[in-house]
Each structure stands twice: as structure tokens, then as C-alpha cells.
Design a protein. Structure first.
Length: 209
């Protein structure tokens, strides 16, 4: 399962709780050009410029496809370019993000983990637009975290959450006419009507959140 985690949801803690089944698949090396190592000491940790690689985000999504089946949870950043490409390729994913009104909590979390003041201010300044963009991506499940919730809570209860989503989605499809239960000759069969599944394309998306 590919999980796109918003900044501050606790991706590192989530992976630490599932050391054999989860990976926080960092995108920095795929997105940015590396600094010239000749300018620094040998064997030092690679540092990156803010110059975006021309092959981004295709190189990262290609890598996601290669290793997705190796982990129970493949955790990636909630980057709109990445998620849009995953959607385009028909690769399912789940977004885990906070509710809109708890930005002060996330400011605290990011400060505690050592993020720069500039990066924190940038995230908070664009708080609403980030969520607007995530909702426009569509074609994915979004799990919203409250002020005291983390990604680890989602992973811990994922089986029950997934079962609830399947049941809710199945019920909605029946109500919308996308799925019809037909009883015939003492047996029940499911008929799927693709023209009534309620899938949205770009032209059908409504304005606003």
C-alpha cells in the first residue's frame, strides 16, 4: 500500500513501529541535483541543491513502482506532482493529512523536529492551498488526522480502517446504482454498472474544497 504522508504526520515514527513492513521512501535524491562533492570532504552525507532534476517526478514514480510490492507500507511525501502521476498511471494510494484547522499543532511539530523557520512559515502560509491541491488530485482515499493523531495511529488500525472504507464504499456504490445485487434462482450475484460509478474526470470536478 502506497501512503502519501503530509509534512508532520509522523512518517519516521510510523516506519519505526513497522521496521520490517514499512519504508519512508525519501524523494530528495530523486527531485534535486546533488551538490558537487569535490567542494567538501569525502564520505560526507550528500547534500542537495534546490535545482530540480529534469526527470522529476517520473524517476521517483518509476522507483515507487519497482519497490511497491516489497513493502506492506510504502510511505511517500504528499507531493502533488507525484500523486498526479500515480493517478495518471492508475496506481492506488492513500493520503494521510491533518484537518485544516490545526496548523498551530503542525507548526509546533515541525519546529520540534528541527525544520527551519522559513520552511515552516512557507508550509503554514500555503496551508489551505496545499489541501485544495490534494483534494483536486481526486481518485484516492484521504484519511484526516486530528490534533493528537499521527500516521502510526493509522498504521496500527489500518486493517479496521480498510474494512470500514470497503464497507462504506460498497454501500455508497449500491446507493448510487453503481452496483446492483441481483437475486436469481436462489443465488445472489453482483452486477457492476460502470456508467454509474460516479468517477470524476477533470471536466467534472467542482470548484472549491
Amino acid at each position: 500500500m502506497i501512503i502519501a504522508g503530509f509534512s508532520g504526520v509522523g512518517k519516521t515514527l510510523g516506519v519505526r513501529m513497522h521496521p520490517k513492513g514499512a519504508i519512508d521512501f525519501d524523494s530528495e535524491a530523486f527531485k534535486y541535483e546533488a551538490e558537487d562533492k569535490s567542494k567538501g570532504k569525502k564520505n560526507q552525507k550528500t547534500k542537495f541543491t534546490r535545482s530540480v532534476r529534469p526527470e522529476w517526478p517520473f524517476n521517483y514514480v518509476d522507483a515507487i513502482e519497482e519497490i511497491a510490492d516489497d513493502y506492506q507500507y510504502l510511505i511517500v511525501p504528499s507531493d502533488i506532482a507525484v500523486l498526479s502521476l500515480l493517478k495518471e498511471r492508475g496506481i492506488p494510494f492513500i493520503v494521510v493529512r491533518p484537518f485544516r484547522g490545526i496548523e498551530d499543532e503542525y507548526r509546533r511539530r515541525l519546529a520540534e523536529r528541527g525544520d527551519s523557520e522559513d520552511s515552516i512559515n512557507d508550509l503554514i502560509y500555503n496551508w489551505e492551498s496545499h489541501f485544495d491541491s490534494l483534494e483536486r488530485v481526486g481518485s484516492c482515499v484521504q484519511i484526516l488526522l486530528d490534533i493528537d493523531e499521527y500516521l502510526s495511529d493509522v498504521l496500527k488500525n489500518f486493517e479496521s480502517i480498510a474494512a470500514g472504507m470497503v464497507f462504506t464504499g460498497f454501500t455508497m456504490l449500491i446507493d448510487s446504482g453503481g452496483i446492483e445485487l441481483i437475486k436469481e434462482n436462489g443465488e445472489t450475484r453482483i452486477e457492476i454498472k460502470t456508467d454509474k460509478l460516479g468517477c470524476k474526470n477533470d471536466e467534472q470536478e467542482t470548484d472549491g474544497p
